[in-house]
Design a protein around this ligand. Structure first.
Ligand code: F3S
Length: 770
């Protein structure tokens, strides 16, 4: 490996233009007299036109639509494909803002870092070549496979206090650990920023989380967010920013705050942020960004990097860190939070086997130097009494910088000594890229320090119960193999007949000898000057990449309502973006809309019949079965040019920023989705792709529409004409001919209606450019 000092990094760390941002904010303050939260300061200082009033003194939060200018875009390899295919079709010569691509999701964990990386580079060559050539052409920084996970790299290199950035991944808020607003979006939103189009966000409400007290031994920032997830539930953060304040913020490391911000995504929050702290300054220095730290210090003096004294929050949640204990959340949902001391009892009550089959640590959520030195401390204690882990114990470092520093400081050797396998610096098992040979279709439990635990997420096995905990709890429990083991109180038996109990782990925030950059050939090699002569090759018969055809507008020939739609199905219960567009083996088709659409809703439950991946084609020709898979019926409708609608349950599209979950239904001809409620990012993604999302005014009406019914919009025309107060009703013709009317609500802004009219946001942008 070539080792280079930090200042030799090729990537561009850009100091936010604090003077300009502070000036923008002072313009906004002419219209807004109230004290501002930190989140509002960051949002308003990034307004496209700060001189324009945000409303006539009315409530801004939760109501006004903000037109924003983000400073940076980051994309991971799976979502970047579609983002770039969309950007390419806009026809611009370069990205309007600094942008980066990170190769992390496509690397499969099989048997260890080196071979896994080599194998994945070969099997994904076509995609990595495409991403690299697009990066070169448009002046985007390209982080090669092996460089690390997007959010860790962003924190180490690009994040800066007070900045506003977008990332095509739902855990983009991780960068909030450096006191900024980092927001997870779909590729089409990234295209807004990359084409210089103002990015629209409905002003979120701001929840203040007041931290007092001090974390006790064994308790880490991960436990704070696991606890909060239990309190807020997976919907509690929807349409809201979580802004932490109070003395408890200042005791946490910058990377610890990043973990908390990362998992704000699990409660559906738009993002999370913290006031600028001395620990953030130390992290900026340690990661080679002293100029950013100095500029932030200066900006902080003007009050820009913290809330105004007396600023009001929409809700304040008090958390006394001294009262927190470690938590274990799951299975299958991140908000099922159980304090460690009650977990053994909980396992017993549920009748689960008191064992787990693997412990996994690391990922973008928890692979900081502090996390890794803390787990190494436990491994050292265990080794000194001759213990090794009882279950497979896997570790994914978040970046090459972390991996190399772990290796240099003996952390890796310490973990390997007790049985750990260190995987490539990539997402791996966190996104189902785990070639797990044991427990293929058997009920079992795993413990991870990751952030998400929907069914099948890690190993593709529906029967794997996945629990989330801090890396130290996962590690300590891996020496027992039992779910009921509480490392704070319980002893482990030793071969000598004696008993051993762990001392609380202790780690270091930052490496005393500084970070080691490791293998610098993974890092961006070119300065991000666009090279327009670069050819982007997509082979005609590629199974991985396909150029995008613009979606047609629904409003041909002067039509002002959506065309008549058939209802494809009524989806029952939890339907995350994982249900709508599964990951794992499907990740390889992210750049090929036709191929990936074969997985549309394949794990969703049909409310009419209760089966998974079964739908009905009520117009099936005689002799053909009406029952088919969900993509099967969607394809039949597409072949008949029959637009369709979906009826869905609460919090539809929760989980990730995966825009394929919007692109795929649209590809088959979905024009409208009517939900009990939507998750924010997904609802926006639907709007961007020209699908109309509607909310039932009365949630009970959900069961009134079923598959095969014909639905028409009534009132959309008025809305498109900008008639104030216009509402959309649905005229539903049931299969037996009965006609009913259903009241709905919508969240379409004036701009979003233009996207709908054009067929997609991209069609609209393109029309503006011509
Ligand atoms: Fe990757 Fe999992 Fe994070 S998929 S970006 S490590 S949430």
């Amino acid at each position: 490996a070539t080792h280079a000092p930090l200042h030799e990094k090729n990537c561009t760390s850009i100091t936010p233009p604090y003077d300009a941002l502070i000036e923008n904010l002072s313009q906004v303050r002419r219209h807004i007299k109230s004290k501002l939260t930190l989140a509002e300061k960051i949002l308003y200082s990034h307004l496209n036109d700060p001189s324009k009033s945000l409303g006539d003194g009315g409530k801004i939060r939760g109501q006004a639509y903000l037109q924003l200018k983000p400073e940076r875009v980051a994309m991971q390899d799976a979502s970047a494909q579609m983002a770039l295919l969309q950007f390419m079709s806009a026809g611009l010569p370069q990205s309007a803002v600094p942008a980066s691509i990170h190769c992390d999701h496509l690397i499969q964990a099989v048997d260890g870092a080196k071979t896994d990386l080599e194998r994945s580079i070969i099997s994904n060559k076509e995609v990595f070549d495409f991403l690299e050539s697009a990066a070169r052409k448009y002046g985007i920084e390209f982080w090669r496979p092996g460089s690390g996970i997007i959010h860790q790299i962003v924190l180490e290199n690009y994040a800066a206090p007070g900045m506003l950035m977008l990332g095509t991944d739902s855990h983009t808020p991780n960068a909030g650990g450096l006191g900024m607003l980092a927001i997870g979006v779909g590729g089409a939103d990234a295209v807004d920023a990359m084409t210089g189009t103002p990015w629209e966000l409905k002003a979120p409400e701001i929840v203040g989380i007041h931290l007092t007290g001090q974390l006790g031994p064994w308790v880490s920032p991960k436990d704070l967010i696991l606890h909060l997830a239990g309190k807020l539930t997976v919907r509690g953060g929807t349409g809201r920013i979580l802004e932490y304040f109070g003395p408890g913020v200042f005791d946490q490391s910058c990377t610890g705050l990043a973990t908390v911000a990362n998992m704000g995504a699990e409660v559906g929050a738009t993002t999370s942020t913290f006031p600028y702290t001395p620990n953030m300054r130390a992290y900026l220095h340690a990661t080679g960004r002293a100029p950013v730290a100095r500029a932030a210090d200066k900006a902080a003096k003007s009050g820009f990097l913290a809330a105004d004294e007396g600023a009001e929050y929409d809700q304040v949640i008090e958390i006394n860190l001294s009262e927190l204990e470690p938590h274990i959340n799951g299975p299958f949902t991140p908000d099922l939070a159980t304090p460690l001391s009650k977990f053994g009892e909980f396992v017993k009550e549920q009748g689960w086997k008191d064992s787990f089959s693997a412990g996994l640590i690391g990922s973008c959520t928890n692979s900081s130097y502090q996390d890794m030195t803390s787990v190494a401390d436990l491994a050292r204690q265990a080794k000194s009494v001759g213990l090794t882990t009882k279950v497979p114990f896997l570790c994914t470092p978040g970046s090459e910088q972390i991996r190399a520093t772990m290796e240099r400081d003996n952390v890796t050797a310490t973990l390997e000594d007790v049985g750990a396998v260190v995987l490539a610096n990539a997402c791996g098992p966190c996104i189902g890229q785990w070639k797990r040979e044991d427990k293929k279709s058997e009920e079992n439990a795993i413990l991870t320090s990751f952030n998400r635990n929907f069914k099948s997420r890690n190993d593709g096995n529906q029967l794997t119960m996945n629990f989330l905990a801090s890396p130290t709890i996962v590690t300590a429990m891996a020496f027992s193999g039992k779910l009921s083991f509480n490392p704070m109180t319980d002893f482990l038996p030793l071969a000598s007949g004696e008993k051993f109990r762990f001392s609380p782990p202790s780690g270091k925030d930052l490496p005393v000898a500084g970070f080691d950059l490791g293998e610098t050939s993974f890092y961006p090699t070119t300065t991000p000057e666009p090279q327009p002569e670069t050819e982007i090759v997509i082979s005609k018969d590629s199974q991985r990449l396909e150029l995008l055809e613009p979606f047609p507008s629904h409003f041909k020939g002067g039509r002002m309502e959506l065309p008549q739609m058939k209802v494809l199905m009524r989806v029952r219960g939890k339907c995350t973006t994982d249900h709508i567009s599964a990951a794992g083996p499907w990740l390889k088709y992210k750049g090929h809309l036709t191929n990936i659409s074969e997985n549309l809703l394949i794990t969703a439950v049909n409310d009419e019949g209760g089966e998974v991946n079964v739908a009905f084609d009520h117009d099936a020709p005689q002799g053909e079965s009406s029952s088919d898979t969900i993509p099967g019926v969607a394809k039949r409708l597409k072949s008949r040019n029959q637009p369709f609608a979906l009826v869905v349950d609460d919090n539809y599209g929760e989980g990730s920023a995966r825009e394929h979950a919007a692109l795929q239904p649209r590809f088959y001809g979905c024009a409208m989705i009517v939900a009990r409620s939507f998750a924010r990012i997904h609802e926006t993604n639907l709007k961007k792709q020209g699908v109309l999302p509607l909310w039932f005014a009365d949630k009970a009406d959900y069961s009134l529409i079923g598959s095969g019914d014909v639905v028409e919009t009534v009132g959309l025309a008025e809305l498109l004409k900008n008639t104030p107060g216009a509402e959309i009703k649905l005229k539903v013709t049931k299969r037996d001919g009965q006609v009913i009317e259903i009241q709905t609500k919508h969240t379409m802004s004036a701009d979003q209606l233009k996207w709908l009219e054009a067929g997609s946001a991209l069609n609209h942008i393109r029309s503006q450019m011509n």
